[in-house]
Design a protein around this ligand. Structure first.
Ligand code: B12
Ligand code: SF4
Ligand code: SF4
Length: 315
């Protein structure tokens, strides 16, 4: 097989595994993006996520992660499901859509196992590194380079067929594939997401200040949530979907996921009363294999206390 045939063969296989999107790009140093990431870090938009700073070099130089890297394969998995409820029940906290189902890391790792076998069959001596979310890689940047979509002003990658409701997997490989072309930015003059963000976290087109983002505070922040954000969390206790919910591309497309692990038994909200009754072990058992375990019981309770401050501040 020549390079183009090989690329098309692997593309087909990846879609057969159950990924919704796939694209290829050339492994290279991210010069332009490195400047943006540097400024982003200097502005302290990463809040307490010190690990981004600590892995700066790896994020912009893929060869620091895999010296033999020739290509990057970006894959996308749609997680969109329509809301099951119209109004949130009393004393409940909203869970963002990406965490309704089973832990996406596990779901994607399972598919990666099959992909690893395929790559090893094609090239038994190939070197391959597979990441979803946790890698020292700029998943969105590679997804854009691989043509999966463009970076929306809310800083999520948007695809013209499924919108922005997809996870990105990044594979660094020593196999050389034919690169795809990036697609054009289709945000145009729109700024709906920027105006809709209740905390003003999208500080500029394509720039997010995590220290103001509900998603950061409800998931990553291990300390106190700043008081200036009281009353702005729109009842979210895990993640936030507001900037993506309002995006015209997502409103138009609404393509439901084919992934059973996401669609079966989705948890759209949590009742505070139920959470209060659980101890650490019961919490782990009840939410086993689900992303919300990441926050832990203590911080989930903290998030509930925080959204309640809204009610008190209104009185
Ligand atoms: C840290 C992190 C977060 C942080 C910071 C988010 C962010 N926008 O950076 C927090 C905790 C807030 C977060 C939240 C969410 N996250 Co997150 N997160 C990550 C992680 C681990 C790293 C992202 C990163 O490198 N950020 C640093 C910034 C600087 O990188 P960047 O955005 O790619 O940088 C570009 C732009 O900022 C822009 N830019 C920066 N400065 C400037 C200046 C100018 C002038 C211009 C024009 C552009 C520009 O250009 C940069 C380079 O191209 C990735 C996984 C990974 N390893 O990549 C997931 C990831 C980005 N998250 C993801 C998801 C799903 C979410 C949430 C939707 C979850 C939720 N529902 O709550 C929210 C979305 C919030 C939002 N509006 O972006 C997905 C996104 C999938 C997609 N379709 O895009 C990823 C890719 C995980 C995955 N593998 O699927 N996340
Ligand atoms: S995820 Fe929520 S808080 Fe963060 S930028 Fe989007 S709308 Fe704003
Ligand atoms: S809401 Fe508008 S500006 Fe924001 S990402 Fe969607 S199309 Fe782009």
């Amino acid at each position: 097989m020549n390079k183009i045939e090989l690329t098309e063969f692997v593309r087909k296989k990846i879609l057969e595994i159950g990924f919704d999107l796939v694209g290829f790009s050339e492994a290279k140093v991210l010069d332009e993006e490195s400047e943006k990431l540097k400024v982003w870090l200097l502005n302290r938009y990463h809040a307490d996520m010190q690990w981004i700073d600590e892995t700066f070099e790896k994020r912009i130089i893929p060869f620091k992660v895999l010296p033999e890297a020739k290509s990057i394969i970006s894959v996308g998995l749609n997680y969109y499901q329509k809301n099951r409820i119209n109004t949130l029940p009393e004393n409940s906290g909203r869970i963002s859509r990406y965490a309704w189902g089973k832990d996406y890391h596990k779901v994607i790792e399972k598919k990666f196992k099959t992909l690893r076998k395929i790559l090893n069959e094609i090239s038994p001596n190939s070197k391959n590194k597979f990441y979803v979310d946790y890698g020292p890689t700029m998943d969105k940047v590679w997804a854009v380079k691989s043509g999966l979509g463009w970076m929306g002003k809310h800083t999520n990658v948007i695809n013209t067929s499924i919108g922005s409701w997809f996870f990105i997997g990044t594979v660094l490989t020593s196999i050389e594939f034919e690169p795809d072309n990036p697609i054009a930015d289709m945000c145009g003059e729109c700024r709906i997401c920027i105006d809709a963000c209740p905390t003003g976290a999208i500080v500029n087109d394509y720039v997010l200040d995590a220290s103001k983002c509900i998603s950061y505070h409800t998931i990553e922040n291990k300390n106190e949530i700043p008081h200036e954000l009281i009353g702005k969390f729109e009842n979210y206790v895990f993640g936030c979907d507001i900037c993506q919910d309002v995006c015209p591309w997502n409103i138009k497309l609404q393509i439901e996921t084919n992934e059973g692990e996401f669609a079966s038994n989705p948890i759209e909200y949590i009742k505070e009363d139920e959470l209060k009754l659980l101890d650490e072990n019961e919490f782990k058992e009840k939410y086993k294999g689900r992303p919300i375990l990441r926050t832990g019981l203590k911080n989930l309770k903290r998030n509930f206390e925080f959204i309640k401050l809204k009610e008190r501040s209104k009185v």
